[in-house]
Design a protein around this ligand. Sequence first.
Ligand code: CA
Length: 247
Amino acid sequence: MCWPLASATLSLVNDRAASGLAHILVVEDEPSIRQGLCDVLTYRGYAVDSADNGRDALAKGEQGQFDLIVLDIMLPELDGLSVCRSLRSNNREVPVLMLTAKGDEQDVLNGFDAGADDYVTKPFSVRELLARVQALLKRNSRLSTAAFRAGPFEVLPERGCARSNQTQVELSAREIAILRLLTDDPGRIVSRRTLLRDVWGMSNAGAVETRTVDVHIAKLRKKLGLEAAQLLETVRGQGYRWCDSSH
Ligand code: CA
């Protein structure tokens, strides 16, 4: 097999300081691929644990200490889709990156259906894998506790509130996550689908769910008052965007 991991790890050594110490679980029964994944992620600076079958993967995943799970679909004892479904039914919201067979679209659809967040197809490049890993970790860190600005407000996630010179309003964790996603990149249109995926963790959204977003946005606007509410713009047919470019 021509697997590019060994040579690629060398060029990644210089980057290792760039990543955090997120804890990743690698689930793969093929020893060479599992070892390659563990090596490359370790070199990249992640704390890595591994499992070679679905039952172990589920047991480890249930302990809840992972920031991300890289999950193969074809596994002994319990397949990856069942592992993912079980984690989700037990309210484990850990991001799951599926490894799927090349050209097997049904794998991808089944993966999303089981609650996976993203996928890479085998054989994958190290660069692609790391890009997906980083994107998922970043998405998840939107739930982090650091304060941020939203127009006239300073939003304080740990206190569950937003403060301006004039006022203080209480916000739910979900409202804070919505604000963080929108203010992260002012001017960028964020679709309802993206909001549902990143804030609610839903990968298959229908009409009922998209209305949920609208209801939350309306409530948020009311709480923030006129000045901030005007910054949270509806883009007809597309989604929402934060219009304040002053920060
Ligand atoms: Ca396998």
